[in-house]
Design a protein around this ligand. Structure first.
Ligand SMILES: [Zn+2]
Length: 106
């Protein structure tokens, strides 16, 4: 038996039985944005969580990265820098949406 310590951000219960070390992954708390869609429904967008797969041998996933699913599709693997850039775009878009709304209300 091998004991693998969790990073401080990991909230994964790890109650499954792992067959090999590359199967071990850490997952942080998932955040998502509830957005209004057609018909008055609410959908989820901009879903993100921290992940790492420390024993895969893949440098893109061995270290912590952001698993980012902006539009309900597959999760992209973003570096902290790429996530920050994407977040800046979301913030800028939010201001553009406010400006659009204000152009109607005056
Ligand atoms: Zn963990």
């Amino acid at each position: 038996m091998v004991v693998v310590p969790c990073p401080i951000w990991c909230t994964h219960p790890h109650n499954e039985e792992y067959r090999s070390l590359p199967d071990v992954s850490h997952h942080g708390v998932e955040i998502t944005l509830a957005v209004p869609v057609h018909g008055g429904a609410i959908d989820e967008a901009l879903t993100a969580r921290i992940e790492s797969w420390p024993f895969t041998g893949d440098p893109r996933t061995m270290n912590p990265f952001i698993a980012y699913n902006p539009v309900g599709d597959e999760f992209a693997q973003l570096t902290p820098e790429a996530m920050t850039a994407a977040a800046d775009q979301v913030i800028a878009h939010g201001y553009a949406l406010r400006t659009m709304a204000a152009s109607i209300t005056g």
